[in-house]
Design a protein around this ligand. Structure first.
Ligand code: ADP
Ligand code: MG
Length: 405
């Protein structure tokens, strides 16, 4: 029977997972999970809580601007404080509306307004009315509620960069349009330079209160992981050395708790797949490789053709472990363009592409001086050659070149 084998394979996989004694609850290591304890954010929680508390007495809280690098707990802290505030308001019978929108997901001004409407039970049409009209309807319904509305615009740098700060401007001045309801805005950004892109009036009203989330150090990350590991794993399946290693590896980047949790989760998944009784340090190193490979792969497959060709040149010239200069890369790149029959870009542009590849961590490009010959860059791959080929193979053009040699 044809299906017989597949059936047995699945049976084996199911049985493996069911008898595994690694995870009690893997979901608590997922990105969406908001824990009830947030170690090392007591100060930010207290400050945000103090800013928002007046809402419980019907006063409009100050607007807040929150910034910090990715994985420093901005979203988790904000959601946690709002959840607690909402619960307290319900207990007291005070009408507080909390509304969360992530502008990387709801990526136009219109979509954000749709989301704000949803928080009020207002179903705005997806199309057919102007943004200004949608905003007017939102304001009308909001005002009819006579409540305090707290709006979180998470990753707001995405909205501002693509569509400007008009909505922020409107919301922070909404007091002029409202008679009964009061709106406060919490803007969150990973991009510390965002402030420079804002209209000075938005900057001053949004930045009434500023909250900074510094990166975690390795010891803090350990505490975060330990607390989460207690919920995620069977006690016998996890050990302190595994947690310390995940924390140390994530601290090496910039103290990103998300990276640390990812490492722990993937290490657990690998342990489960291998059918072992516990997560080991070895699993963590494997997880690191797997995560880096996936990240590199995602970067590569979405690159434009000429970036891929430059990367292919670097790969081809360095795969025996060597290093190359920008000039050598350019010469090779040109021959690839010729082979494909596409027009090449200038050496200047190739040099920029090299910088871009360096910046996203796919290659290392080190500037060295060559005396009177000026400066050049010595380039090598920063990720494994296998990862590069695997990802480049998927491109129809570049794949053809790879088949050639
Ligand atoms: P940011 O929004 O700053 O990018 P997040 O709030 O999404 O970061 O945090 C990333 C991940 O790390 C989430 O899963 C979050 O629950 C967790 N996390 C961050 N800070 C803490 C903390 N202090 N304690 C427990 N978990 C945390
Ligand atoms: Mg976030």
């Amino acid at each position: 029977m044809v299906g017989g084998n597949a059936f047995d394979v699945l049976d084996a996989i199911f049985a493996q997972t069911l008898k595994s004694r690694i995870f009690v609850n893997r979901d608590v290591l997922g990105h969406e999970y908001v824990p009830n304890e947030l170690p090392h954010r007591e100060e930010q929680i207290a400050k945000l809580g103090a800013v928002l508390a007046p809402a419980l007495r019907g006063s409009k809280p100050s607007n807040v601007f929150i910034y910090g690098l990715t994985g420093t707990g901005k979203t988790a802290v904000t959601k946690y404080v709002l959840k607690r505030l909402y619960a307290k308001a319900a207990e007291l019978g005070v009408d507080i509306i909390t509304c969360y929108a992530n502008t990387r997901q709801d990526d136009t001004t219109y979509r954000v307004i749709l989301k704000l409407g949803e928080c009020l039970g207002l179903r705005l049409p997806f199309t057919g009315i102007s943004t200004a009209e949608a905003y007017r309807r939102f304001i009308r319904i909001a005002d009819a509620r006579s409540a305090i509305m707290i709006i979180v615009l998470d990753e707001v740098d995405f909205l501002v960069k693509r569509h400007g700060d008009e909505l922020l401007y409107r919301l922070t001045r909404s007091g002029e349009d409202l008679s009964h309801t009061k709106i406060s805005v919490i803007g969150i950004t990973n991009d510390l330079k965002l402030v420079e892109d804002l209209d000075p009036r938005v900057r001053s009203s949004l930045g009434e209160i500023e909250l900074v989330f510094p990166p975690y150090n390795a010891i803090q990350l350990e505490d975060i992981l330990r607390q989460r590991a207690k919920l995620a794993f069977y006690p016998e399946a996890i050990s302190d050395d595994v947690i310390s290693l995940c924390a140390a590896l994530a601290a090496r980047e910039h103290g990103d708790a998300r990276r640390a949790l990812d490492l722990l989760r993937v290490a657990g998944e690998i342990a489960e797949r291998e059918g072992g009784p516990k997560v080991t340090v070895d699993h963590v190193y494997k997880a690191l490789k797997e995560i880096e490979r996936d990240r590199a792969r995602e970067l590569i497959v979405t690159m434009p053709l000429h970036s891929k060709l430059v990367l292919l040149s670097i790969y081809t010239l360095t795969r025996d472990g060597g290093k190359v200069t920008t000039g050598e890369v350019y010469a090779h790149y040109k021959s690839l363009c010729q082979a494909l029959g596409v027009e090449s870009v200038t050496q200047r542009r190739v040099s920029d592409i090299v910088s871009e590849l360096d910046m996203v961590g796919l290659i290392n490009a080190q500037v060295i001086s060559r005396g009177r010959y000026g400066k050049t860059r010595i380039i090598s791959l920063a990720v494994s050659a296998d990862t590069v080929v695997e990802a480049l193979k998927d491109d129809p053009y570049v794949g053809r070149l790879l088949l050639r040699d």
